[in-house]
Design a protein around this ligand. Structure first.
Ligand code: FES
Length: 101
């Protein structure tokens, strides 16, 4: 199973993720702070906002994800909704940054 990392302010969290689950679920299951995921992964709250690293080779966001990202604070070109990112084996060692607002 891949190890996925999260940076939140000065803290780094390393979690074991399951293939096929969302990055948001991996964070929530391991009590990573800063990802509230108020809608439970339904792409309707934007409280699971993360910055994906350069070269993460993620599929492009869906139109629904792009629309919901407009509601996220501190949006950048790297912004993604972690509930819409599916964990794959190639994600091992990838670090997602959680905006600390
Ligand atoms: Fe609500 Fe991702 S958990 S949009």
């Amino acid at each position: 199973m891949p190890t996925v990392k999260f940076e939140y302010g000065d803290e780094t969290f390393e979690v074991t993720a399951e293939i096929g689950e969302s990055v948001m679920m991996a964070a929530a299951r391991n009590r990573v702070p800063g990802i509230d995921a108020d809608c439970g992964g339904g792409c309707s709250c934007a409280t699971c906002h993360v910055y994906a690293p350069d070269g993460a080779a993620l599929p492009a966001p869906s139109d629904m994800e792009k629309d919901m990202l407009d509601f996220a604070d501190a949006l950048t070109d790297a912004s993604r909704l972690s509930c819409q990112i599916v964990v794959t084996p190639s994600m091992d060692g990838v670090t997602y940054v959680i905006p600390k607002l």
